[in-house]
Design a protein around this ligand. Structure first.
Ligand code: F0G
Length: 449
């Protein structure tokens, strides 16, 4: 039976169900419809922290060089018990060690001034410096590893552009097929270009991301293909390493806050799971608070968790969230024909697939969900650029959200804050348009001579 012995297994997150499954199959969602967690049964020694650090001197071993696989003990769903490079390379998928390799926290003076935080207390981690240009590579390397473990030769996803770029890149490198469902006309040209460049089959949906996800899940079931959206618990495992790298930089002393933009809420889910596990292991004694920042035009998580629909706050409620409230919310939006709308197309999502796991993360970390306008996100994006770092508009939600909570005095002046800049700019028109418009706060229009 799954769950016996030392082996990792999958477990339903719904406490009234609690079904478990073996690792080695294509079951990614529980029979009851709830999502699954990967559960490890080992009690890891904190001494591994030294091992993780030493691996940065990788000596040419790509699994030590990789900012994902460097932490392999904490994401060991493949149950690998070897340091042997040949053995690792039979199982672990890596783009030559490049995922997570360059992303770690940096100080950005102009952003800290704007965010009203002391320069020493604000750290921003540009996940855009991953091989496909976004944080997605963290979780895609692990999801594709699992796909290969169970001999799947076709991966499939819906995407606002970064997931599809990452999936297509790994699929090409591993010589497996890839099909991506994207909302037609609603993804950044740089992202669409990557899907083509890496040889994926692009399927354009006349609808938004939520529609594309529904199509892709149906197709995956019909074809028996392997879904690499963040409903897949193996994606969530790889994304935990975003937090590990931030913590490593801080000598594993948790910050007061960790801040992410919120879209489908995979990051929120994975960061929460990583914190829960490290806390359970006793590696961290303090629980950092999660701040999730929605775009105003795609603010499902914000509205539901802040009681702005039906007067009731949606909460984890020990694994029994009010599902009827979510249904009523979606029904009402559908009936009124209200679609998510933001220029930050990466997070233009109305029905975040990971909503329930994300509620768990907010609950465990005493987290907060806020929202910011397109204008605020653009300012945030521009400022990151003025520090010599690249990020896309959705990532601009992070400085904007921090500033907002500082003004509200929820984030305190001497709180340590880590913000995740999720992706790099793949729609240069947004930067150009921002700077062409003199009325934008940080714009520097061109001069004609
Ligand atoms: N930032 C960027 C740059 C993204 O591409 C995404 C999601 C998010 C933030 C939101 O993260 O879903 O974990 O809450 N992009 C997905 C995609 C939906 O298809 O590329 P999340």
């Amino acid at each position: 039976m799954a769950g016996m012995g030392d082996n990792p297994f999958k477990k339903c997150i719904n406490p009234t169900c609690n079904l478990t499954y073996k690792i080695n199959n294509n079951i990614l969602v529980c029979k009851c419809g709830s999502f699954l967690d990967i559960i490890y049964q080992k009690n890891f020694s904190r001494e591994l922290i030294q091992t993780f650090y030493q691996r940065r001197n990788h000596g040419g071993n790509i699994y030590n060089e990789s900012g994902v696989w460097r932490f392999r003990e904490l994401i060991n769903f493949a149950n690998l018990d070897t340091e042997d490079f040949e053995q690792c390379s039979k199982i672990l998928v890596s783009l030559d060690g490049s995922e997570g390799r360059q992303s770690k926290p940096y100080k950005m003076k102009k952003v800290s001034e704007y965010s009203l935080i002391d320069n020493d207390f604000l750290l921003l981690q540009p996940e855009g410096y991953n091989p496909s240009g976004s944080f997605k590579d963290n979780g895609m390397s692990t999801a594709v590893t699992h796909a290969k473990m169970i001999n799947m030769n076709k991966i499939i996803c819906a995407s606002t552009g970064n997931t599809s770029a990452s999936a297509a890149m790994y699929a090409a490198n591993e010589n497996i097929k890839c099909e991506v469902f994207v909302p037609k006309g609603e993804i950044a040209p740089g992202k669409l270009g990557q899907a083509f460049q890496f040889g994926a089959q692009v399927i354009e949906i006349d609808g938004n991301f939520d529609d594309a996800l529904a199509y892709s899940l149906k197709e995956a079931q019909e074809l028996g293909a392997y879904t690499v959206n963040s409903i897949n618990p193996f994606r969530i495992e790889g994304q935990k390493t975003i937090l590990y790298r931030a913590l490593e930089y801080l000598d594993w002393n948790p910050p007061d806050w960790i801040v992410y933009p919120g879209g489908a809420l995979g990051n929120t889910s994975s960061c929460g799971k990583a914190i829960m596990e490290l806390y359970d292991l006793g590696w961290i004694k303090k629980i950092p608070r999660l701040l999730v920042v929605n775009a105003e035009g795609a603010n499902t998580f914000y509205e539901l968790t802040n009681g702005l629909f039906g007067g009731k706050k949606l909460e984890w409620n020990i694994g029994r969230p009010d599902l009827s409230l979510i249904k009523e919310y979606y029904d009402q939006k559908d009936k009124k024909g209200i679609k998510p709308r933001t220029k930050a197309t990466a997070i233009q999502i109305g029905k975040p697939a990971n909503l329930i796991k994300a509620l768990r993360s907010i609950d465990f970390t005493n987290g907060i969900v806020t929202q910011v306008s397109d204008k605020e996100m653009s300012d945030g994006m521009a400022l990151v650029g003025l520090n010599g770092f690249d990020c896309e508009m959705a990532s601009g939600a992070v400085p904007a959200g921090i500033r907002k909570l500082r003004k509200e005095e929820i984030i305190k002046k001497d709180d340590v804050v880590v913000g995740i800049l999720t992706g790099k700019q793949k729609d240069p028109r947004l930067s150009i348009d921002y700077h062409l418009n003199q009325s934008n706060r940080f714009s520097k229009p061109p001069v004609a001579k």
